[in-house]
Design a protein around this ligand. Structure first.
Ligand code: KIV
Length: 268
């Protein structure tokens, strides 16, 4: 089973994918992925929202529990949703604790900033491993005014590097770098002793993460830095159309799909 210690010391590129339900998590594990992130990207990816902001702790908790039940070998990281941390440390700790104690997460991820350094340290002291997340942090979409690339100025790049060091010192076991210049991600990865896991951050991170619906081609849209490895959307649509046609034509259910029990003729 992959542990946070394995991730921290990994020599091979770390593979991470999101999953939000049991059947998908089972397939992700069978494919040998190291880490499953039960991301708050579920808001856009599967819950029909146009951002991650409405995602609740209960939704992440229920989806994390499903993913945990379906996996044995993969490290399961639960994403802390918007405002489930950062309001007060006590509430953040309690909510992270629920994801570990009740939902079976092995670690939590926090969209990080100056406000999460202390909380990261507290969680780690209490035995809850923390994955930090810098660069584009979608929970700040209203402040950022969109989902564009981050840390593109020297000042912002320096600030990001300082925060990365601060979270490493606070005890984070890894750091997600989202949508930042590839050369900055390479520099941060070189400067830290914990692994970086990139998304839209170029090839020189210590691992990569993508959103599962982008990878399998289930969503209508995916970001330009992602890559689609299958076209599940077309396959589902094809199967559903076939089903509709078969029902409408009377072809389904056929004899082999129906069970007849003798002796019921007098009932009607
Ligand atoms: O919520 C999520 O899926 C994430 C990844 C994109 C890193 O935060």
């Amino acid at each position: 089973m992959t542990t946070v210690a394995d991730v921290r010391t990994a020599e091979e590129p770390i593979t991470m994918l999101t999953a939000y339900d049991a059947p998908t998590a089972e397939l992700v594990e069978r494919a040998g992925i190291d880490v499953i992130l039960v991301g708050d990207s579920m808001g856009n990816a599967v819950l029909g929202h146009d951002s991650t902001l409405p995602v609740t702790l209960e939704e992440v908790q229920s989806r994390t529990a499903a993913v945990s039940r379906a996996t044995d070998e993969t490290l399961v990281v639960a994403d802390m949703p918007f405002l489930s941390f950062g309001v007060s440390d006590a509430e953040g700790i309690e909510n992270a604790g629920r994801l570990v104690k009740e939902a079976g997460a092995d670690a939590v991820k926090l969209e990080s900033g100056p406000h999460t350094v202390e909380l990261t340290g507290r969680l780690v002291d209490l035995g809850i491993p923390v994955m930090a997340h810098l660069g584009l942090t979608p929970q700040h979409v209203n402040q950022l005014g969109g989902y564009g690339q981050q840390a593109t100025t020297e000042e912002a790049a320096r600030e990001l590097l300082e925060l990365a060091h601060a979270h490493e010192e606070a005890g984070a076991f890894s750091l997600v770098l989202e949508h930042i210049p590839a050369n900055l991600a390479a520099g941060v990865s070189e400067a830290l002793s914990i692994p970086t896991i990139g998304i839209g951050a170029g090839p020189d991170c210590d691992g990569q993460v993508l959103v599962i619906t982008d990878v399998i081609g289930l969503g209508e849209w995916s970001p330009p830095f992602s890559k689609q490895f299958a076209d599940v959307r077309s396959e589902i649509e094809r199967a559903v159309r076939e089903y509709r046609k078969a029902v409408e034509s009377g072809e389904f259910p056929a004899e082999e799909h129906a069970e007849v029990v003798e002796g019921l003729d007098d009932v009607y």
